[in-house]
Design a protein around this ligand. Structure first.
Ligand code: FES
Ligand SMILES: [Zn+2]
Length: 128
């Protein structure tokens, strides 16, 4: 069997309502992953591209998130309505969908404009 050309890792992590970091799949139904799977099948891409549900990708504040490998392209704020465009443009044409790209300043950083400010307390400090 031929190797997979791409893997789409779709965060399916669920956290309780009101969690400060939020989560990518508040209902825990994996609707995004299931829709990717269904649409890939419809386009005859089963066996070439795999849509995997993943655990937390640690970019929670930007969710729902997914990452496509081997391209290492991150998408954020993805909705069910974006699935066709990501498949048609990125997967089929090889052109990433710019409007959904996670900004470089947000990927894997301790803080960004979307993350709650984490106060770093100096040892011995009594400041809150
Ligand atoms: S909950 Fe999806 S990246 Fe953390
Ligand atoms: Zn951010």
């Amino acid at each position: 069997m031929a190797k997979f050309e791409r893997h789409i890792f779709i965060c399916g992590n669920r956290r309780p309502e009101g969690h400060p970091r939020g989560c990518c799949d508040p209902t825990g139904e994996a609707r995004l992953q299931k829709l990717f799977k269904e649409k890939l099948l419809q386009r005859g891409l089963k066996g070439k591209v795999r849509a995997n549900q993943s655990g937390c990708l640690d970019q929670c504040e930007h969710g729902p998130n997914l990452v496509i490998y081997p391209d290492a392209i991150w998408y954020c704020g993805v909705t069910l309505a974006d699935v066709d465009e990501i498949i048609d443009s990125h997967i089929v044409e090889g052109v990433p969908v710019k409007r959904l790209l996670m900004p470089d300043a947000c990927i894997n950083t301790a803080t960004c404009e979307h993350k709650p400010r984490r106060t770093v307390r100096k040892p011995g400090s009594t400041e809150e």
